[in-house]
Design a protein around this ligand. Structure first.
Ligand SMILES: [Zn+2]
Length: 229
């Protein structure tokens, strides 16, 4: 997440930054707490990450629930099903006109701790809500979806969109995902009819980066994300 500009490059803010600012150093503390081991769907380590993250969000003053469901993916080839525990957290806005739903997945692949994919996004979420609560508070409702089972077929997102009232309500949805472990954050995929959203993105983000060619490259890859849902 962009935090400050110095000499044209993004510079992370230290832990001593003012409370209403996003500090990457503060986010890093969260990352080290929960992203030390693989946490695939259905694993004891996944359960521990779920409880840790839900606890952190409750301590930050959010309304938190665990949505337990069965997610399903039916596409060409074998279908995939799995029990998922999505973490859904809500921060009420001061005068809401709608909902901003921020999504990132807390499960990881089996072979690594997923510090980048998607732990960094979760750490950024925790630091973002802390900074928001330190300021005057957001106007619109903020809903955080920390989804489960992304790596096994975006199962958590599927269950959230199909079953959860907040998933069916609609709104603006930034989905924070990861590929690779370095470099700036990129905006690489949007929904259709995106002119107004792209305008908003370029106005709101200090150093916006994105290119319409990236989504075409991404479409060539055998991957998808919760955003697909
Ligand atoms: Zn991911």
């Amino acid at each position: 997440m962009p935090t400050a500009m110095a000499g044209g490059a993004m510079q992370p803010l230290p832990a001593s930054a003012p409370g209403d600012r996003f500090s990457a150093e503060r986010a890093l503390v969260h990352l080290k707490e929960f992203a030390a081991e693989p946490r695939p769907i259905g694993s004891p380590t996944g359960d521990r990450a779920r409880d840790h993250l839900a606890g952190r969000l409750r301590a930050a003053g959010l309304e938190v629930e665990i949505q337990r469901s069965v997610g399903a993916r039916s596409a060409a080839g074998p279908a995939t099903f799995g029990q998922v525990d999505n973490i859904v957290a809500r921060l009420r806005g001061t005068n809401p006109t709608g909902t901003v739903l921020i999504a990132a997945h807390y499960d990881s692949a089996t072979m690594g701790p997923g510090a980048s994919d998607d732990g960094a996004a979760l750490a950024a979420m925790l630091e973002t809500v802390r900074a928001l609560r330190d300021g005057p508070g957001p106007r619109n409702d903020i809903v955080l979806l920390l989804s489960d089972g992304e790596e096994d077929g975006v199962l958590g997102a599927e269950a959230f969109v199909r079953e959860h009232p907040l998933g069916r309500a609609g709104g603006v949805l930034p989905n924070w995902e990861a590929r690779g472990v370095s470099g700036p954050s990129l905006m690489f995929e949007t929904s259709a009819h995106n002119a107004r959203l792209v305008e908003l993105f370029t106005d709101a983000v200090p150093a916006p980066r994105g290119h319409s060619a990236m989504v075409e490259l991404y479409r060539l890859l055998p991957n998808n994300t919760d955003f697909t849902r």
